[in-house]
Structures are given as C-alpha cells and as structure tokens.
Design a protein around this ligand. Sequence first.
Ligand code: GLN
Length: 313
Amino acid sequence: ARPYDPQKVEQVLNTAHALYKDTNAGANADYIPALAKVDSSLFAIAIVTADGQVFTQGDIDATFSIQSISKVFTLALAMEQQGSEAIVDKIGVNATGLPFNSVAAIELNQDRSVNPLVNAGAMATVSLLEGDKTQQKWQSIATWYDQFAGRELAVMNEVYQSESATNGHNLAIAELLKSYDRFYGDVDMNLDIYTRQCSVGVTTKDLAMMASVLANGGTHPVTGEALMTAENVQRVLAVMATAGLYETSGDWAFQVGLPAKSGVGGGIIAVMPGKFAIAAFSPKLDEAGNSVRAQRAIDYIADKANANVFSHL
Ligand code: GLN
C-alpha cells in the first residue's frame, strides 16, 4: 500500500477545516436538553491510519457525547460474544430507511426485525449482551469502549441525567419490542445501560482511534490488541454502509462511499478498510440528525484521498 505523506494529510485536514468552519446550516439536537447547550461553533477532525499514524485539526480537546456512534461498538461486542448469526436472527440487519427513533420501523416488518444502528435495534443489542446485573454489563461495555479508544473514557454525567429524564420515547420502543419477544432482558435495566453508553464522553481523536480498529481488520493499530475477528469487522462495516446515517444512508453511500456512523452529539466516524478512519465533530445537525460540518469534512477528505469502497482505484 502507498503510505500517506504526513504533510499532505495535514494539508487536507487543514483545508477541510477552513472550508467548512463557517458553515452554519443545521441545529444542535434539542430533544436531549443537555445537547442543546453545547457550543455549536466547535469543529474538529481526526484521522488515524491503519498503521497508527494520528492527524488532528480544530477543537481536538473538546469532549462530547458519543451518542449513536456507540451503537457500532456495542454491536461489535455482541457479535464477538454471540456470533453474527445471533444478530441476524434476534435483531435484524436490514436498513430501516426510517428515522433513528422510528416506532413504525418495528411495526412495518412482519418479523419485527430492526437494525442495530437505530435506537430500537441498539437497545435490543444491549439486551443481548452477557451479564444479568447492570454493573456487570455496563462494565463490559465500558471496558470494551476503552480498549477501542486506547484510554479510559468516562460517562458525561450531565448528558446521562438529561437523557435519562427525557427517555419516554426510547422506553416505549423497548416495551414494544419486548411485547413482540424481540427484547432479551429487563427493559428498564437495558434502557439505562443504553442511555449510559450514549452519554460516554469522547474527543474527535478518541473516535478516530476507535474507528481505526475497524480500518485495521479488528486489531488496534496503536495498542496492538486483537479486539474483533476480521469477519465481524466486515459485517459491522456492512451494516454501517447501509444504515450508519439513518434514512440518508443511501445518499451518503452514493456521495461518499464509505461505511460511516453518526451520532446526535455531532460526531461522525467513517472507515476506509485497510487504510484509515476519519472522525469529525460539530454539533449542528441536518434533518436526519447527522452533523452538517462533519459530513462535509469527511466527504472532502475522502474525495482528496480517493477513498471510496465502491471504487476500483
Ligand atoms: N441517545 C440518543 C437517543 O437514544 C442517540 C440517538 C442518536 O445519536 N441518533 O435518542
């Protein structure tokens, strides 16, 4: 593989940041009150290559909540614990094509299958994980995320409290799944764990580091730890490519062509298998809940790097 020239990478990140830092379209998520208060001018970009080089740009020390990007890593943990067939049978892997908190998505499928990267399937995925006590299950998720980040992450308490206090919609989704035998444990306990995982604080560099494991076939490029099988990486990336940006996942695949995942905290990760992972963060979201600046920055960088999983190049 052609190694990346560090100076060129720096320059591309620099330009991406300069090009989009004044883009003001979109709005912070406000259905979780704590997210509405985040400084919407924050903007950061990071790349971690599959051989562990790190590049950063912008507000790289800003910590924000991981939100739905956590779904990728919990899915990875569930696959490692139970095998990918269990995910297909008990959750589902087809894109819903609907908003991340859609109730209709559950009702529309005869077999009530959903997708692990939207709220319904993500909460059900938490319910599938080993461990019957909150603390035990939470600890295994937290440790798993730390292994991907290569450092110890922490829950942002204000976000966790804020989201817990306004969680009625997710509770309704979980109860509905449970009524169809598509939820695999106690609703309150697993909803609480899901809410904690969404409230984990990360920097943009942490996200790029976490995603770099997926770019490197399951082995952490910096710590050297083998975290996932190559087969499970492939499957997680397939779900990201088809459902990572909710109902605009098709537009994203068409425009950018990289498996990706967004969160309503304003973060997005994208993966070029075998090459690198990009993370970008800025709080203002489009209608689907995807950060406007992060999408543009990743689009620009992927284009400059000739990175598209559907390309023959
Ligand atoms: N914690 C958020 C929720 O459950 C995550 C949603 C998201 O990032 N799209 O609504």
